[in-house]
Design a protein around this ligand. Structure first.
Ligand code: AMP
Ligand code: GLY
Length: 431
């Protein structure tokens, strides 16, 4: 099979690494890819949201299947573009239709979906400039803290947790009247604050059946002990110790099954990953958000724990035969630690040479590139999140320790990483 993978981050390097291992893969193209994906296939300088360019790429390379990494092409309707095009309609796209991708593309759409299908989530109300004054009085009465969410895609920045009413009111005004998040903030979801611990659950569906992939927890803050600014993700671990059998049973019965049934009832075409951001409040799961793709850096711990041939799984999704697949999970824990550019998530420079990538001699340690590029013989930094090191261990502490050991050999100017990924899971564990 000739496969085209869209995207350029650590998630896509992990996908490319797994796809390249499959005997079903004859050729793998990655658009646009990074220096890491170039080790697994052929990078092509095509923007995944330029659908005409993606089409040309598919036609000229005889592509048999398209895997979509990031949300933007999905929300913009790449699935529908393929389905409606005479030359492309026989090529399966792994990802939801544009309408179904609204589960990520619109917070209000996702909240209405959850309410309609009785899926546990925080109580909420939606506001825009039409009911602005009603929103102001709603906020005045609201218990603290107050969660305000820009309705549309805001590159992970659209959620504000206001600690007092003055701040909430100011943010509300900024979003609705001053267009702080542009069109994404034309509508605002105001929701109750849930106190608990978060985790991510990944489901792959063919529209009929589904597989539950290993769960993961990511670390979004830049600083030690989960402090400082939000980032795209500084590391992740899998499995998540508090997601025990009983908790996962609740997740399956109350959240995953109603979600998959809900997609069917609402006639939303969905052949792809559903990323469910959950919060456990006193061991009861609530949905914080849906995403229509895999998480980054969660993918860098989730895929290494899946033993199956990923292309065989994707083929089953395309053919609506997922019920024939039995997932085999590696019992070991996996941890990934992200190395970022100095200054990230604020301003940072790129173009620095990365040293030490060739010293890697442990075959169960994986380096996934995120923001990197090839320049002749050199590999240079090209983004905020540069690369992530994934290691296995008997438990999370051992996996983290092994990833950190490898990071000591890798360097680039300004490199920074958190040394405390998985910190809350150290207590009482031998490994
Ligand atoms: P989202 O973009 O929806 O994932 O929100 C970003 C982050 O905000 C989440 O990962 C949570 O840490 C936090 N968050 C969002 N909604 C809530 C909520 N209702 N209660 C508590 N924290 C929340
Ligand atoms: N790690 C969170 C995300 O991919 O959205």
């Amino acid at each position: 099979m000739n496969i085209l993978l869209l995207g350029a981050g650590g998630r896509e390097h992990a996908l490319a690494w797994k796809i390249a291992q499959s005997p079903l893969t004859s050729a793998l193209f990655i658009a646009p890819g990074n220096a890491g994906t170039a080790l697994c296939g052929t990078n092509v300088a095509v923007n995944p949201t330029d659908f005409e360019a993606v089409k040309n790429l598919c036609v000229s390379n005889g592509i048999d299947m398209v895997i979509v990494g990031p949300e933007e092409p999905l929300v913009k309707g790449i699935y529908d573009f393929f389905a409606a095009d005479a030359d492309l309609k026989t090529i399966p796209v792994i990802g939801p239709s544009g309408e179904a991708a609204m589960l990520e593309g619109s917070k209000a759409f996702a909240k209405r979906f959850m309410n309609r299908h009785n899926i546990p989530t925080a109580g909420y109300k939606e506001f825009d400039n039409e009911n602005y004054t009603e929103g102001v009085s709603y906020l005045t009465e609201h218990s603290l803290p107050i969660v305000l969410k820009a309705d549309g895609l805001a590159a992970g920045k659209g959620v504000i947790i206001a600690q007092n009413h003055v701040e909430a009111m100011a943010e509300f005004e900024l979003m609705l009247q001053q267009a702080k998040f542009g069109d994404a903030g034309k509508k605002v979801v105001v929701e109750e604050f849930l106190r608990g611990v978060e985790l991510s659950v990944f489901v792959l569906t063919d529209g009929k059946d589904y597989l539950i992939l290993p769960e993961a927890k990511d670390y979004k803050k830049i600083g030690i002990g989960d402090t400082g600014l939000n980032t795209g993700g500084m590391g992740a671990v899998s499995p998540v110790p508090f997601a025990d059998e009983l908790f996962m049973k609740k997740v399956k019965e109350r959240i995953i099954e109603p979600t998959i049934k809900g997609l069917q009832q609402d006639q939303l075409d969905y052949k792809g990953f559903v990323f469910i951001g959950l919060i456990s409040v006193d061991n009861e799961p609530y949905v914080i958000e849906y995403n229509c793709r895999l998480g980054d850096p969660e993918t860098e711990v989730v895929l290494p724990r899946i033993k199956n041939d990923l292309v065989e799984i994707f083929d089953a999704v395309a053919k609506t035969k997922l019920k024939d697949i039995k997932l085999e999970i590696d019992e070991r824990a996996a941890a990934t630690v992200m190395a970022v550019s100095g200054g990230y998530p604020g301003n940072y420079e790129t173009g620095f040479e990365i040293d030490g990538l060739d010293v890697l001699n442990e075959d169960d340690v994986l380096v996934f590139h995120a923001g990197t590029t090839v320049d002749g013989e050199k590999i240079l930094t090209k983004g905020g999140r540069v690369l992530t090191v994934t290691a296995y261990g008997a438990g999370i502490p051992e996996a983290v320790r092994r990833a950190l050991k490898i990071l000591e050999f890798i360097s680039f100017e300004g490199m920074y990483y958190r040394k405390d990924i998985g910190f809350e899971f150290k207590h009482g564990e031998e490994n």
